[in-house]
Structure formats: C-alpha cells, structure tokens
Design a protein around this ligand. Structure first.
Ligand code: GLV
Ligand code: MN
Ligand code: MN
Ligand code: MN
Length: 403
C-alpha cells in the first residue's frame, strides 16, 4: 500500500459513526483527540514535536538549518469532521503533510527556510457552529469573547470544551507572532466536487474559495398537543421551517450559481406527538459574488418573516459566520502551477482554513481527485494512488518553496 494510504489506514477505525455511517469526529471530543494523539506520535517517529499554541493549533517544525522561525513554508489541514463525514476531508491533508516531509527527507532536500506542519481545530464548525474557528482566532477574524461563548448542541461552551482539551481560554485570540512565522501556507485537500473527475486529472491547484456564510433562523410558535389542536388553531414553527427550506431552494435557483442549503434543523422539544414550540434551522449560502449571497439571504429572510406571519409565528435571523470570496495569492498559485505542469486550476465551493489565512499570508491549495465527487458524506473518496500522487505533488511544491 502506498505510504499516504498506509497513514490513513492507521486511523480508519477512529471515530466511525455507526448510526450515520462514515465518521463523526467533532473537535475536542474523543475521536478527534485520538487522531491528534496519532498525529503527535507520527511527528515523534519523525523526530518532530507538536506544540499546541494558545488557539489550539498544533504546530511542528522541520528546520535542519536552524533558521529563525520566520518566513516558514507551512502545510497542514484539520482532523475534525462533519457528522457522518468521509475519511479524507482534513485527514488527507494531514497525512500528506507527513508523507511530503518523508519524501523531502528521502530526496535529501536541504531547506533554506523552516517547514511548518499545522493542524487546525474546529475547521468544520460542526460542533460550535462557526467553521475555521482556529484560523479565525489566529487571524483575529473572530473575537475570542464571541468564540468562547459559542455552544455545542449539548449546551457546552467552546470555552469549557477547550478547557477540557487542556487549553486556557484566556489565551485565545489574534496571534501576530504565530502569524509572523508563516511565510506561506499550502493546504492539500481532497476535492469536494467532481472537477478533477471531469478533467481526468489527479491533482489541481486552487484559484479561489467562493464566499460563504451560515445564518441561524429561529422560528417561534406555540407548542401544543398533536391530537387535540385543530389545524386552524396551530402556530406550528416546523411548518414554517419546512416552507423556508423550499423558499431557500427557490430563491437560490433565481440567482444562478448560488448554493443554498439547510442541512440542520432542530425542532424543540422534538416529540412525535408534539407540535414544536420553536425550530432552529441553519441556512448555508455560497456564491462567488458576495453581493449575491447577501441578496439571497435577505430574500429568504423576507420570505421567512412572511411565512411565519401567515402561521401566527415569528422568526429571528442571526448571522453565525460570513466569509467573503477569497482569491488565492496569484504569484503563489502560478508558482505551484509551474511546479505541477498539467494540473488544472480550480475554484472551490468548500471552505478551508487556507481561505481564512489568505487574509493575512500568501496561501495556496492543492486538491486531489475524488472519484465519487461526493464530500461531507461517507462516499467521499480518494484512491490510494491519487493520495500518493497528491503527496508527491505537495512535496514537489514544498521543495520549490523551501529552496
Ligand atoms: C467546510 O468544509 C465547508 O465548506 O463548509
Ligand atoms: Mn476540510
Ligand atoms: Mn469539510
Ligand atoms: Mn472545509
């Protein structure tokens, strides 16, 4: 088995979700922490030591020349997953970083700059609602007070969960010293659509991350009995929520290129014979033009308010996160393209820590082919051969940047 696949095989049983299928590895919970232990052990086998910074980002440095920790070339990804996610979103970038380091050493590379490996916490936002929380804290894109007060579905705050993982919540926040160590950041990721399948190529260079955000709609109604409440007397927030889901699709369809998704919906109290008293639903909207995203959210919000009024309910809408479209550093992605002739240039609709870091440091990404074209699902896939090709491409790129 090629080495990248062998690395992933060692964690193939960690965090499997027997109910949803695939993997559920929420940040700071057992499976994600087990993956981190595995990663720290892999670093140790390579003579490297992982150090966790004050935002929970784990760094390791290969710096044989003993250069000052500035202007480093950094690569890495994340180990948390969405609920019922695939095996590759995050871990492939981490395994490839380790494999690329091995390849550089095998080739006798003598880096003129330090190579950094980084693992970011809560990239998915699956537990605390805001994606890329580690990189947002690092760059100051989110205020630490706001991050620390975020809660998971059980009501645990990010502050308490972080404390449970051995971090000190008082230390969270923008870290210019840590940022100053990064000369450039290159994240390898499994492709999350079918771009590379259609182009029949194993590896792509990323050009941009399309803008995206999440909004929480809370519909308030009247909790009541399913058997004794006549239809005319109901104020059912779940009916409103269902119509909002349909409205989101309709509004998105009227704005070509928009992706609008409601993937999480929580009726309270959630009994089969109970009309809900409240429903929270999360709307994810993405479009290359930020103004279109804003227009779609405004229109869905307007329709939600109308739909709520008809049912005698009310609705509040709260922005949970918003990331504008990010164009990756042109000089950097051209340089990557020069190292990888034939690798197509692809934009991505998925969010990444690389997109957040791009606000502060030159950043680029590589994608490896996903033959199913499916992601955030157990069907997400990358062949062993393509995973290895991705690691080799990453090593080639890093060698060029480290020279
Ligand atoms: C994270 O992977 C996202 O794109 O939402
Ligand atoms: Mn990812
Ligand atoms: Mn993801
Ligand atoms: Mn992502």
């Amino acid at each position: 088995m090629p080495e990248t696949a062998a690395l992933l095989a060692a964690i193939a049983d960690t965090g499997r979700d027997p109910v949803r299928g695939g993997y559920s590895r929420p940040v700071f919970a057992t499976a994600e922490r087990d993956l981190l232990e595995w990663y720290l052990a892999e670093l140790g086998r390579r003579g490297l030591e992982g150090e966790t910074d004050r935002n929970g980002i784990v760094w390791a440095w290969w710096n044989p020349a003993g250069a000052p920790l500035r202007d480093a070339v950094v690569t890495g990804s994340h180990l948390d997953s969405v609920p019922g996610g695939g095996a590759f979103d995050g871990p492939l970038g981490v395994a490839s970083a380790l494999r690329a380091l091995d390849l550089l050493r095998e080739r006798g590379t003598e880096p003129a700059r330090p190579l950094g490996l980084a693992v970011f916490p809560e990239e998915e936002g699956s537990r605390f609602g805001v994606a890329c929380l580690g990189s947002r804290l690092l760059t100051g894109a989110i205020a630490p007070e706001r991050a620390l007060a975020l809660t998971d579905p059980d009501g645990t705050t990010f502050a308490d969960a972080a404390r449970g993982a051995g971090l000190d919540p008082a230390g969270f926040g923008r870290d210019d010293e840590a940022l100053a160590r990064i000369g450039c950041f290159v994240e390898l990721h499994v492709e999350q659509g079918r771009g590379l399948v259609d182009l029949d190529a194993p590896v792509a260079v990323a050009s941009s991350v399309i803008g995206h955000g999440r909004w929480r709609f809370t519909v308030h109604g009247q909790g009541n009995h399913a058997g004794t409440t006549l239809l005319a007397d109901r104020h059912d927030p779940l009916l409103v929520a269902a119509l909002v889901v349909a409205a989101a699709r309709e509004v998105a369809a009227a704005h070509p290129g928009t992706r609008a998704t409601v993937g999480r919906l929580n009726p309270v109290p959630g009994g089969a014979n109970v009309i809900a008293s409240r429903v929270d639903l999360w709307l994810d909207v993405r479009h290359p033009e930020d103004a279109v995203t804003a227009a779609v959210v405004a229109e869905v919000s307007r329709r939600a308010a109308e739909l709520a009024t008809v049912e005698g309910c009310t609705v509040d809408v709260r922005e949970e996160s918003l990331s504008p479209t990010v164009d990756f550093d042109v000089a950097l992605f051209r340089r990557l393209s020069g190292v990888l002739p034939g690798a197509p240039l692809l934009a991505t609709g998925a969010g990444h820590d690389a997109g957040v870091l791009a606000e502060r440091v030159p950043t680029a990404m590589l994608f490896t082919r996903n033959p199913t074209g499916v992601s955030h699902s157990p069907e997400e896939f990358c062949t062993d051969a393509d995973a290895e090709r991705g690691s080799v491409a990453l090593a080639d790129v890093l060698a060029d940047l480290l020279a």
